[in-house]
Write a protein that binds this ligand. Structure first.
Ligand code: NAP
Length: 332
């Protein structure tokens, strides 16, 4: 495999915290350049993060012929626009979640991908997490029964009025920002798409985005999952899965910690009398995500965060917003 050359749009926190260290650690990827709307900001960020080239506009980054892959961690409302521009400039694009805030844009991106031959992927890093992949295999093996129920939480505290997550016009709110995680993991674990959903939503009094949302998804097999997310809460990122005989608890489900082993516990029996703990080798889900995307862009194994995955996820999201308004179950 040829080493892929990456460029980053914007000086995002997620890039600095996760993707940049992972790209530097990868032998299959090379981080070449970063762009900011502000040239000085780009230079400072590039120096701090050991990135060779800094551009003072996104357009200049896209015009750099040495770059193969663009990572797009801009605020949610800019994902589709800059993903499209990057593909039109001849780049593959790994875009942060949620890639799109509506179904029509995803369909148009699928068309663009098919005509351009460039790969477009959505960055759901936990789809590349070794621990969750092992859980998926364990559930699929039927060794611990059939998955029939799940619940996922993602709660945190964010009352910053300047954060794009608290701005409606930037695609903010708890459901778009963090509710997407338990929903995506649930769909993946069940291996099917929900038929119908219901949802309860409460807005933040000042920001006019949802700050507490709870929902239910019903799957064709009869399986059900619920999820809850909020941005005025103490932190919780746990998920629980149920078979006839086992309860599986996954703490910090959407994160991997490259420095330590991660554990999930399987409880079985009426009184949860047997507790089995599985440990996994430490792994960095962000590095795996970048390497998997780079490989797929060169014709290798298909990327887990495909646009088909995005389309199915976006349909569920739109149905949840509709259900929150109608106070009824809505078809997906
Ligand atoms: N996968 C994950 O684990 C994960 C975790 C956190 C966030 N995310 C996603 O990553 C994306 C970025 O999140 P973040 O918290 O890293 O964002 P952030 O720190 O606020 O960075 C966003 C960047 O976008 C650029 N930008 C362009 N137009 C902007 C505007 N109108 N307002 C604000 N910034 C603008 C800015 O760069 P310049 O000023 O340099 O141009 C800014 O640094 C979001 O879509 C979020 O959902 C993913």
């Amino acid at each position: 495999m040829k080493k892929s050359r990456w460029g980053i749009l914007g000086t995002a926190g997620i890039a600095q915290r996760q993707l940049i260290p992972s790209l530097h650690a990868s032998e299959q990827c090379e981080l070449v350049a970063v762009a900011s709307r502000d040239g000085k900001k780009a230079s400072v960020f590039a120096k701090e993060n050991k990135i060779p080239v800094a551009y003072g506009s996104y357009e200049e980054l896209l015009a750099d012929p040495s770059i193969d892959i663009i990572y797009n961690p801009l605020p949610n409302h800019l994902h589709v626009e800059w993903t499209r521009k990057a593909v039109e400039a001849g780049k593959h694009v790994l875009c942060e979640k949620p890639l799109s805030l509506n179904v029509e844009d995803v369909k148009q991106l699928i068309e663009l991908r098919n005509t351009s031959g460039k790969l477009i992927g959505e960055a759901y890093a936990m789809l590349h997490q070794g621990r969750l992949q092992s859980l998926k295999k364990l559930l699929a093996s039927n060794k611990i029964g059939t998955l029939s129920g799940a619940h996922g939480n993602f709660y945190l505290y964010n009352n910053d009025p300047h954060d794009v997550r608290n701005a409606y016009e930037h695609g903010g709110g708890a459901l778009w920002d963090i509710g997407v995680y338990p929903i995506a993991v649930g769909r993946w674990m069940f291996g099917e798409e929900p038929i119908e959903v219901s949802c309860v939503m409460a807005e933040h009094p000042d920001f006019k985005v949802d700050h507490h949302t709870t929902g239910i998804l019903r799957f064709p097999s009869g399986g059900q999952m619920s999820f809850a997310c909020g941005m005025s809460h103490a932190f919780d990122a746990s998920m629980t899965f149920y078979t006839q005989s086992h309860r599986i608890e996954v703490n910090r489900a959407y994160f991997s910690n490259p420095k330590a082993q991660i554990i999930f516990e399987v409880f079985s029996g009426e009184q949860a009398d047997t507790v089995k703990t599985y440990s996994f080798e430490a792994s960095d889900q962000y590095q795996s995500e970048c390497e998997n995307f780079a490989l797929a862009s060169q014709g290798g194994t298909p990327f887990a965060g495909s646009l088909e995955h995005t389309l199915a996820q976006t349909k569920v999201m739109i149905a949840l917003f509709k259900a929150a308004k109608s106070h009824k179950f809505e078809r997906v």
